[in-house]
Design a protein around this ligand. Structure first.
Ligand code: FE2
Length: 150
């Protein structure tokens, strides 16, 4: 008699861990108002991470997303003015990247506010926002370090 075969188990998707951003001196552009804004945005993303993971706390995901959207727009405006004033070579690339972020954020917000979205989707979306902000600071905003000292 042939041994009964177990149905093959479907491989589970690899877990996507939430990412908390640890602020590092590497993220500092040397322009105080920009660095302050970036730290507040990082705090907001970390708050969002905490809420998505635990679902606890007095603040809701929608409230934190609302803060992030508002604050990112205020910050972008301050930072774009600053780069323009300092004649920073990255000024135009920065404006374009900010426009791209607004689109990324709108999609993320839609997914995170949708009660039908899975935890995996939430983790991925949060990870995309974390990746965006850290690489944006390091690759584009960091030009302020040089043009801010001229
Ligand atoms: Fe920027």
């Amino acid at each position: 008699m042939a041994a009964a075969r177990r149905p093959a188990r479907r491989a589970r998707p690899a877990p996507v861990p939430y990412i908390m951003i640890i602020w590092k001196s590497e993220y500092e552009t040397g322009v105080a108002e920009v660095d302050h804004d970036h730290q507040r945005l990082v705090e907001g993303l970390n708050k969002l991470e905490e809420l998505l993971q635990t679902g606890r706390g007095s603040e809701s995901v929608a409230a934190v997303l609302g803060f992030l959207e508002r604050y990112a727009n205020e910050h972008f405006s301050r930072e774009e003015t600053c780069m323009h004033r300092l004649k920073c070579p990255n000024a135009a690339a920065n404006v374009a990247a900010h426009a791209q972020f607004r689109q990324t954020f709108a999609k993320a917000k839609e997914k995170l506010e949708n009660p039908g979205s899975s935890a995996l989707v939430a983790r991925r979306v949060h990870g995309d926002l974390v990746e965006w902000i850290t690489s944006h600071i390091l690759k584009i905003d960091m030009a302020l370090k040089t043009c801010g000292q001229r």
